[in-house]
Ligand binder design. Structure first.
Ligand code: AMP
Length: 284
């Protein structure tokens, strides 16, 4: 595996590969890698000639400096992890390398995508995500880019951005990998102590309960009952929404295909996000 820290050196290398008509699969990450990231790398490997993984904790997408400072970092372990997965190129830049003085933030209005759920609760977050992903796409010029559905809204934002700018990249959404007890894998899970780790399964259990409820109840009823169950636990709920997977608008009386329940909760100061597709069998 080759490791690059300089954008221009990576660009020169990748240009040669593109001239040989090689397809490039790209997986942007913030490091502290786990099997969830690994599944994206493996998928990228199976579909492309070359795989590039970036490891960059993007400061502009953190609306909370405490969260940024406490974000786990493990570059040595990450490099080994990527090498073992057969990643071809790791791109590990410093902040100055990404945000050069002449870098211009792409102008884009995300509309409702930035007003609901993550957009509402983390002001500026998606602006930062668009900023970094656009810049990374400029550097890597990927054929395909891989994102996890754990960050469901992020996938919607990236798709929107790519279409808006007509970027020649295929966006591939990959399923959420979970621990054996159901907790969605996340770099932030490392910050949970033993007791919190046990409590954390209340998040996925609530989503599973919502899946069951959706077979009988309307979206609004499902949401109310799922929140009621969630509040019996010790976690602090930020939001639980049942939304249209395309528009992200909240559902009320009617189900739509692939309706999705999205949840964010705090546990010991750690913010955890998850979602699950619902399975309504009727429009009751
Ligand atoms: P992050 O390092 O958290 O920015 O994540 C990098 C990419 O990995 C994003 O596209 C995430 O959605 C994805 N990802 C994170 N956790 C998981 C997971 N448990 N399963 C699948 N993909 C994931």
């Amino acid at each position: 595996m080759q490791v690059f820290t300089k954008a221009n050196e990576l660009q020169i290398f990748l240009k040669e590969q593109l001239l040989q008509n090689k397809s490039v699969g790209f997986v942007p990450t913030m490091g502290a890698l786990h099997a969830g990231h690994g599944s994206l790398v493996t998928r990228a490997k199976s579909e492309n000639d070359l795989v590039v993984v970036s490891v960059f904790v993007n400061p502009t997408q953190f609306n909370n400096s405490d969260d940024l400072n406490k974000y786990p970092r493990s570059i040595g372990k990450d490099s080994l992890f990527l090498e073992r997965l057969g990643c071809d190129i790791a791109f590990i830049p410093e902040v100055e390398e990404i945000y050069t003085t002449n870098y211009e933030l792409p102008e884009i209005s995300l509309g409702f995508l930035d007003e609901t759920m993550e957009g509402f609760h983390r002001p500026g977050h998606f602006k930062g995500v668009v900023q970094v992903v656009y810049r990374l796409f400029q550097i890597v010029l990927p054929t395909r880019a891989y994102f996890g559905l754990k960050d469901f809204q992020q996938v919607a934002v990236i798709r929107f951005m790519s279409e808006k700018f007509g970027l020649p990249v295929q966006i591939i959404a990959c399923p959420t990998l979970r621990e054996s007890d159901g907790l969605a894998m996340s770099s932030r899970n490392m910050r949970l102590n033993e007791q919190e780790r046990k409590q954390s399964i209340h998040i996925s259990n609530t989503l599973l309960y919502a899946v069951e409820l959706s077979k009988t109840y309307s979206p609004a009823e499902t949401k109310a009952k799922a929140i009621e169950l969630f509040n019996q636990g010790d976690l602090e709920l930020e939001y639980l929404e049942i939304v249209n997977p395309i528009t992200l608008e909240s559902l009320d009386d009617e189900w739509v295909p692939n309706s999705i329940a999205c949840i964010v909760a705090y546990l010991g100061g750690v913010r955890l996000i998850d979602n699950m597709e619902l399975n309504p069998t009727s429009n009751s």
